[in-house]
Ligand binder design. Sequence first.
Ligand code: PTJ
Length: 245
Amino acid sequence: EDEIPEDHPRYQDLLTRHRIEKGVEKGITHLQGMHAEGRGSAFDYLLGEETIPSADAAERVAAAHLLLADHPVLSINGNVAALVPGEMVDLAEAVDADLEVNLFNRTPERMQAIADHLREHGATNVKGLEADARIPNLDHQRAKVDEAGIYAADVVLVPLEDGDRAEALEEMGKTELVIDLNPLSRSPQVAEVPIVDNIIRAVPNMTDHALELADADESELRKIVASFDREAALEAAEERIRRGL
Ligand code: PTJ
């Protein structure tokens, strides 16, 4: 990372790519994660590589949901772990949420490597390794979750999530907060709160909002949540991307 000049016009994009490559080398990120990153990077380019106002609003709403939750869980895959490990630990602390490793391409080696990586970044309790419950209506490997984690959660943050699993979690009645740069992808389409932003910007911004809202009373948080219009947020992102073309 030291080799990337900070004044490079596409600094953030280069940094992101570099972190994904390192993630693959460390056995954290799946090779498919590089393709996912490439797709995300194209959308980010069209968004102007900045947090658009509708995304900032969605990040504040998501922070309010996490603060209101009885049992919030932040889901971690190989891309999330490579890009924002410490930032996810900070967000979990700010909203008192659990971190759970949950992989599309699940292997015991990668589960362990990601859990270790999160602990290196300050996580004390990492869920996902028990895998003692299943998400209904999904094939075996992708359905594995912790009974005391995602299975029992009322609010889940699922960044860069696969569409099938996002739908299955939605069917379980969970409040889903999805970070995805592609507003047309199925996961943001089924999410209660779609956040169309780069995870690199989205997560620290959610933490800032959560810290700012820490003393807000429940009625204020409920008002923030109720004022959110998910369709308008998706439209605003799509509109911005069309203008970027
Ligand atoms: O680690 P695993 O095994 O759980 O696998 C994780 C990946 C991401 C490889 C897997 O879930 C996958 O293949 O996902 P998709 O179907 O490629 O979807 C990833 C979505 O995330 C796409 O819609 C991308 O546009 C989006 N995306 C990629 N990078 C970012 C992003 N969204 C926000 N921030 C990013 N940096």
